[in-house]
Write a protein that binds this ligand. Structure first.
Ligand code: SF4
Length: 64
């Protein structure tokens, strides 16, 4: 399981960074950077919140 970002949808709102700051960062270009595409299980709840609350639905989980 890893995190996928649709760069066409990301608008740099930073909700993901707020929910899971160890996994997501928003750069000066207002584009999210996934710091850990395959985060540890301990981060799963925070990442699920980030996916759920991203206002543009740019984040998703992809099964490997
Ligand atoms: S919350 Fe969504 S739109 Fe905002 S920076 Fe994260 S991925 Fe992009």
């Amino acid at each position: 399981m890893r995190i996928a970002v649709d760069p066409d949808l990301c608008q740099g709102h930073g909700v993901c960074e707020s929910e899971a700051p160890d996994v997501f960062a928003v750069g000066k270009d207002h584009m999210v950077v996934v710091l850990h595409p395959d985060p540890p299980a301990s981060q799963r709840p925070a990442v699920e919140a980030a996916v759920r609350f991203c206002p543009t639905h740019a984040l998703s989980f992809v099964d490997d």
